[in-house]
Design a protein around this ligand. Structure first.
Ligand SMILES: Cc1cc2nc3c(=O)[nH]c(=O)nc-3n(C[C@H](O)[C@H](O)[C@H](O)COP(=O)(O)OP(=O)(O)OC[C@H]3O[C@@H](n4cnc5c(N)ncnc54)[C@H](O)[C@@H]3O)c2cc1C
Length: 461
């Protein structure tokens, strides 16, 4: 008998339930990635596709090192999987659930169609620590606030075992299918801006593990203190690896080696709490799927955004707002495909609460340019900052980017790094900001725009 393992955003060999269960079944196993361009282009931004292309190649190489083949073919996700299942008479199909709503639909459809053919379908959850459907509050409802959710999940620290790629020999069933040229997934000649990514990133499972090890060696012992300073390497930079399932949160949690008398340091617990923010984002997306493009808190659908904002939106994207820390952060994003969490919050707040541009526009830009762009985290991040999500920052809490810069980049290490024209900006004081002596002027007055936002928020609070 033959089993098919179908990959999507679980681009790893280890801690991969689909692989292990297919091998354990005793069948001959085939490994397959179907590139459905319509599905991938609509659910992945440009930077995502850069990562995906590299990651797929790395995965193929890892299989090759084990004398195994990963088939990478083009076609409609469901139809191609069915065509191959029929053609080679597969007994079962094994997948790790992809929690993107569009993939959920495809996987459900595949499951139904396979059932009609009497082909077994096995799906597993490792993209989150716990399946969102398993956590409900005492009244059987989904949690809507992070803290009680986390408190409940804390009990789940006793993790699942980390699976290793099977060591016992098994037969790789070879299929005769035309493999695609992965260059089709992302073309660097059409996307010159991405050329710099190679300097900053190396996708793939092996690098995910190296990144985790480096973080534990250098930063976890100070995490709570330095995670907010964008000029430091204070955070793990695991986000794109997590996004593509090159590492699981289960592997990260297990890295802590919990045992009965181990007490977590405040830094360790804080890091785990961040992983649980990711968990919570997926939880909310699962239970309230409308959040993809609508506010979690529905009354904010009526918020009065600016109408003609194209010019300011372009300036924000290009890092030409005249606000030092905002422009530095937007340059960091453009140059590296990543932005520090603190400056994600500052730039998002500036867009939604000073420029009064709908959060969906910012979410769209991040979705296209972040290597870690992740439907759940991105949407929830934007909704949190703009005040319409779960646990959202209260409407009257509007970040002052000048104070944020003073607090989190006091020596201007970050702004100097990402602004070639640092000296042309004002010194960063409120009074100095609008001085005619500055060669670069802010595109909006921070104080009056803040007041307008407060007034509009207060109308619907
Ligand atoms: C406006 C906005 C948009 C965002 N868009 C994304 C996105 O598209 N993809 C994405 O992965 N994260 C997003 N985040 C969350 C956060 O900024 C990133 O996860 C974090 O900066 C990634 O860096 P790191 O891996 O070094 O984080 P670390 O501090 O090392 O944290 C480890 C992991 O925990 C998770 N995590 C950390 N902070 C958060 C958070 N606030 N919310 C949810 N999960 C978190 C991530 O998976 C992260 O990789 C966004 C935040 C904001 C404010």
């Amino acid at each position: 008998m033959k089993s098919l393992v179908l990959f999507s955003n679980d681009l790893r060999l280890n801690d991969n339930d689909a692989i292990n269960s297919a091998v354990k079944s005793g069948c001959e196993v085939t490994f397959l990635f179907i590139y459905d361009s319509k599905l991938y282009v609509s659910t992945h931004g440009s930077a995502n596709l850069w990562w995906l292309q590299k990651s797929i190649k790395k995965l193929k190489q890892s299989f090759k090192e084990k004398n195994l083949i990963l088939n990478i073919v083009e076609g409609d996700f469901v139809n191609k999987a069915l065509e191959i299942t029929d053609k080679y008479k597969f007994y079962s199909v094994h997948i790790n659930e992809n929690k993107h709503p569009e993939f959920i639909k495809k996987e459900k459809c595949l499951k139904l169609k396979l059932a009609k053919r009497d082909v077994k379908f096995f799906s597993y959850n490792k993209s989150t620590l716990v399946h969102p459907s398993h956590i409900l509050n005492k009244t059987g409802e989904p949690y809507k606030v992070y803290s009680p959710f986390y408190k409940n999940c804390k009990l789940l620290y006793s993790q699942k075992q980390v699976l290793k790629f099977p060591t016992s020999p098994f037969k790789n069933f070879i299929i005769d299918e035309k493999n695609m040229d992965t260059k089709k997934i992302f073309s660097t000649s059409d996307n010159k801006w991405s050329e710099k990514f190679d300097v900053h990133w190396e996708p793939g499972e092996k690098n995910a593990l190296k990144t985790l090890e480096k973080f534990f060696e250098n930063s976890i012992s100070n995490y709570k203190e330095i995670r907010d300073l964008p000029s430091t390497e204070g955070t793990s930079k695991l986000s794109p690896y997590l996004r593509f399932g090159e590492i699981t949160t289960n592997q990260i949690i297990n890295y802590f080696e919990f045992h009965d008398n181990h007490t977590l340091s405040k830094h360790e617990e804080h890091f785990i709490k961040e992983l649980y923010w990711r968990e919570f984002s997926y939880y909310i997306l699962y239970h309230f799927p409308y959040v993809v493009d609508k506010p979690f808190n529905k009354k904010y659908e009526n918020f009065e955004w600016e109408k003609n904002y194209d010019e300011n939106l372009e300036k924000w994207k290009k890092g030409e707002t005249g606000i030092r820390i905002v422009d530095a952060a937007m340059n960091e994003l453009w140059e590296t495909g990543w932005m520090h969490n603190r400056t994600r919050m500052i730039t998002a707040s500036f867009l939604t609460k000073n420029l009064l541009i709908p959060w969906q526009e910012g979410e769209k830009w991040f979705r296209d340019t972040l290597l870690d762009a992740d439907i759940a985290n991105n949407v929830m991040g934007w909704q949190w900052v703009s005040g319409c999500g779960t646990d959202a920052a209260p409407y009257f809490r509007i970040f002052n980017p000048l104070l944020q810069e003073k607090k989190f980049d006091p020596e201007n290490i970050y702004t100097k790094k990402w602004l070639k024209n640092f000296n042309l900006y004002s010194s960063g004081d409120d009074k100095d900001l609008l001085s005619d002596d500055n060669l670069i002027q802010p595109i909006v007055d921070l104080s009056s725009s803040r007041n307008i936002a407060l007034e509009r928020f207060s109308r619907i609070k």
